[in-house]
Design a protein around this ligand. Structure first.
Ligand code: ADP
Ligand code: UDP
Length: 240
């Protein structure tokens, strides 16, 4: 597989073309941003951890029946993925109230929901990724009704599979963000990444935050938290 020109540089990753038009190489950076790019910093070693964690979780999801873009880990920071047309939605699943949910509704922190919630944000940096409802997604033709239904089903399955896996690691999956995309044939697959940048992960025993909230909220021990959560995964994710 030959790496070709850089197509895109985002906040956390670079995307490169390859000699196969159906495949891309993503390269994970240590750059960290929060509050839509307002806060900027570096988390040493984050790119390596996010790359490896995302790949291992996606491999697990594939086995559980959720199609993903993951093809092959090429190096510590680089992965070969299937190229998709990204559906411009951030699909957010929540098990426990925190973050923007509490802020938006004035709702208390830490309430465990009877059923997970799913919401969508319109992926648009200039507009600050506004919350969007199903009918507006359909009106703007961001996705079809069938695609939205499938995305919701996959998102729930991801929550089930990863919630159980993280539980076995002594970690609570609080909430997370997913992105989906379309292959050439129109089928929907999970894309982007699943990492401590995109999930809230709390130590089940102590409630300690082991994710990007340590960076967002200046809690300190950011690198250590990324290492700790990767260590937890590695201890359990054997034989995959
Ligand atoms: P951002 O664009 O939000 O700054 P990143 O730095 O993570 O985010 O950049 C990665 C970009 O690549 C994102 O825009 C994401 O939607 C896109 N992307 C992720 N997976 C794929 C894929 N398989 N095919 C095409 N684009 C992808
Ligand atoms: N999230 C993300 N990217 C975003 C916004 C949110 O990965 O642009 C993740 C975030 O890490 C958390 C979940 O989605 O796991 C829910 O985040 P929330 O809506 O509470 O937003 P925040 O409080 O981070 O602004």
């Amino acid at each position: 597989m030959e790496k070709r020109e850089q197509l895109y540089e985002g906040k956390a990753k670079k995307v490169f073309a390859t000699d196969d038009p159906a495949l891309l190489i993503v390269s994970y950076k240590d750059d960290a941003t929060a509050f839509n790019g307002l806060k900027k910093g570096t988390i040493a070693g984050k790119g390596v951890i996010n790359n490896q964690m995302s790949n291992r979780l996606m491999a697990r999801l594939e086995k559980a029946g959720v199609p993903t873009h993951f093809v092959e880990e090429l190096s510590e920071r680089e992965t070969l993925v299937k190229k998709v047309e990204i559906v411009p939605l951030e699909v957010i699943v929540r098990n426990i109230s925190t973050g923007s949910f509490c802020k938006r509704y004035g709702f208390p922190e830490g309430v465990v929901f009877d059923e997970p919630t799913v919401e969508y944000s319109y992926k648009n940096d200039a507009l600050n990724d506004p919350l969007i409802c199903d009918s507006h997604v359909l009106a703007m033709k961001l996705a079809t009704r069938e695609e939205l239904e499938l995305i919701r089903t996959y998102a729930m399955k991801v929550n089930e599979v990863l919630g159980a896996f993280w539980k076995s690691c002594g970690v609570t999956l609080v909430d997370f963000k997913l992105e989906f995309g379309r292959l050439e044939d129109g089928s929907i697959i999970l894309a982007d990444e699943i990492s401590p940048d995109t999930c809230r992960l709390w130590d089940a025993a102590t409630g300690k935050k082991l994710d990007k909230d340590r960076f967002r909220q200046d809690l300190g021990g950011v690198e250590e938290a990324y290492q700790e959560i990767m260590g937890r995964l590695e201890a359990k994710d054997t034989g995959f």
